[in-house]
Structure formats: C-alpha cells, structure tokens
Write a protein that binds this ligand. Structure first.
Ligand SMILES: [Zn+2]
Length: 214
C-alpha cells in the first residue's frame, strides 16, 4: 500500500494527522480534505491521501458517500462496545506481558506512571494525558507476545480516545485511571498472568462505569 516515493514522508504525515485527530484539534466529524491537510502540513497530497487511508484502516476516520473522509465519531453506544471488547483484549495482553516484561521494561512503565502523575498534578493539557495513556497501554500490548492482539488493540485504544465525553478530561476520572494503572503495574511486577489480567480488565471496566455515571 505504501508507494515507493512516499515511503519516507508517509509515516510522519500519518503520525502528525493521527495526533491532530487524537488531540481533538481535528474534531470528530471534521472533514479530512486531502488538499487542505496537505497545505496545513506543508506536504504534497500523495502522503496525505495515504495517511487518511491509514486512519480509515485504524478506525479513526470513515468515508462518507459523496462527502469524502471525515474523522470518526464515537458516541455513547459505540464507546461501550469498544470498551467491552477492549476489556477482554487488554486482559489478554496484560496476562501475556506479565511473564515477558524485564526489570528494565518495568522501570520504563514506572517512569510512564510518574509522567502521568506529574501531568495530573500540573493540571496539564488533557491531550497529553491521551498520549501518556496510549504510551502505557501500547507498551504493555507490544510486550504481550501476540502481534495479532497488539494490532487489534491499537485500533480499539485509538477509537476509545475519540470519545468526547469527559471520560478522559474530568480531573477525578484522570486520577482514578492513574490509580488503576498503578494496580496494573503492581500486578505486572508480581509476574502473575491472572493478577495482571484482572487488573487490566478492572481498569477498562472502570472506564465503562465512569461513562455510565454521566
Ligand atoms: Zn488507561
């Protein structure tokens, strides 16, 4: 799918576009005009077109008949569906990672949680929360020993962050999520797959509960 001439540009344009979508700068439902985005990012149309296709593949964009591509909208019903699947797969990923993570890996995860704590204390940009949350979950699934699982989870995690309720933004929800992340790390440190699975599932079930509360 990657054209030879865009091999160097493709991934970086895709990363920039993905960041614009996940940070909310490009709101759910916003049109993804190849021409406008190429001008905004200062690149040619070919890598932008490719990046938009990649976003569609990832579930972050959809094609609307006669209207082109738009940022996907994840509503209350869809977020529950996405998280219900994520709960099971996140549990599987954590169970796999529990026996694979090295001391150095666990140190990296500890640092990630410190960064989450700092960001929360400084009441910093919620968009950074999104990046830090994705970083934490990405690291775990990438160490699950199951690339198929990692690919599926990448889609589901990104889609979950398109949801625009205050699930990710409310300070109380942000600090609860951090506590849940700590429990996941403790379970991973114990090296017990079942404990890791339970902690990861509990985090996603917590997210579902926090949606239902509103
Ligand atoms: Zn999380």
């Amino acid at each position: 799918m990657t054209e030879p001439d865009s091999e160097l540009l493709g991934p970086s344009v895709h990363r920039q576009l993905r960041q614009l979508v996940l940070s909310g700068e490009l709101e759910p439902g916003a049109p993804l005009s190849v021409l406008a985005l190429a001008a905004r990012l200062g690149v040619s149309r070919s890598p932008v077109r490719e990046a938009v296709q990649q976003l569609i593949y990832e579930g972050l964009a959809v094609t609307v008949p006669h209207a082109g591509a738009r940022v996907a909208v994840v509503d209350d019903a869809q977020i529950r569906d996405v998280l219900a699947v994520r709960a099971v797969l996140d549990g599987l990923a954590a169970a796999g990672a529990a026996t694979r993570l090295t001391e150095s890996d666990l140190g990296k995860l500890t640092k990630m949680l410190s960064a989450q704590q700092d960001n929360l204390r400084d009441n910093a940009d919620p968009a950074r929360d999104v990046a830090l949350d994705l970083e934490f979950h990405t690291f775990i699934r990438d160490h699950s020993g199951n690339p198929t699982l990692a690919t599926e989870l990448a889609r589901l995690e990104a889609q979950a962050h398109l949801y625009r309720g205050d699930l990710w933004r409310h300070p109380r929800n942000r600090s609860t999520a951090l506590r849940e992340h700590r429990r996941i790390l403790e379970a991973l440190e114990s090296g017990h797959p079942d404990l890791a699975r339970c902690a990861a599932e509990a985090h996603v079930h917590g997210l579902i509960t926090r949606i239902d509360r509103h």
